[in-house]
Design a protein around this ligand. Structure first.
Ligand SMILES: [Fe+2]
Length: 267
């Protein structure tokens, strides 16, 4: 099993953002290395990989200001009434793009989120209704850089002329009135080709460990995404994934875990 455990407890968000210059130094050192090469070999072997934040920031040409503007979109999410039914306060939006091989993208008209019903025991309904992505989020340069990177990674799994891309900004809240369960459905697949989870921010949170499993149920990778910009990718066709609940470090305040989940399916 690949153990990529990182620091679990992270304090306030500003402290996290202040820690990122170290990552940038690493990014400069890695500037000549194609990060997709590492992803390709990992996806071919264990079926999942963690791209370090420094590498992702370098690829997305992110800096503190750009990341802070991106993270601010997570202050403008809508409630997930479906997760609330199982006791977790989760905020989200949802949108879908068609992404061409050359990186050009086309935002699709807003619609319910439909997931193959055989991949999700908890939410067997055919469609779930979430708030659409905001115009500001759709125009954000971090998203603009991330989608071609994911397309490049997905192309290591499958030949496709274009991808159906589902985009889910999530905030999971851990508090006295929220179980903090990022994946209330438990271990699952998303019914796609590539599944990715980009850590945007954590605040006052302990827990939130990501695990990836092979078809026999063996854990092949575990990590706690703690540094903003860290990107977990997995071959959803042959792995399952789950995230453990978060709890507050300081119990008088809520815990937040902000992620961007993006999935790609050949179409
Ligand atoms: Fe999932």
């Amino acid at each position: 099993m690949v153990n990529l455990e990182e620091a679990v407890v992270t304090g306030d968000m500003s402290a996290e953002l202040d820690s990122l210059p170290d990552g940038h130094r690493g990014a400069r050192a890695a500037a000549d290395v194609d990060p997709v090469d590492d992803v390709r070999s990992a996806l071919a072997s264990v079926g999942a990989h963690v791209m370090p934040a420094a590498v992702v920031w370098q690829r997305l040409q992110a800096d503190h200001a750009r990341w802070a503007r991106f993270a601010a979109h997570w202050e403008d999410l809508g409630p997930d009434k479906y997760a609330a039914e199982s006791g977790t306060r989760r905020m989200r939006r949802y949108g879908r793009f068609v992404l061409a091989r050359d990186g050009t993208r086309c935002l699709q008209p807003h619609a319910e989120f439909e997931q193959p019903t055989n991949t999700n025991r908890l939410f067997p309904v055919a469609g779930r209704d979430f708030d659409p992505l905001t115009d500001a989020f759709v125009a954000d340069p971090v998203l603009d850089g991330l989608l071609p990177l994911l397309s490049e990674i997905a192309a290591t799994l499958e030949e496709a002329t274009q991808w159906s891309v589902h985009v889910h900004p999530f905030r999971v809240v851990g508090s006295t009135d929220s179980q903090g369960d990022a994946t209330p459905e438990g271990r699952h697949q998303d019914g796609v080709t590539l599944v990715s989870s980009l850590l945007v921010a954590r605040q006052n949170a302990v827990g939130g460990q990501s695990s990836v499993f092979d078809p026999d149920g063996q854990e092949v990778l575990t990590t706690t995404l703690s540094e903003p910009g860290t990107l977990l990718v997995g071959d959803d066709r042959r792995t399952w994934h789950s995230v453990s609940p978060i709890r507050p470090v300081h119990v008088d305040a809520p815990a937040y875990r902000d992620v961007l989940v993006v999935t790609l399916t050949a179409c």
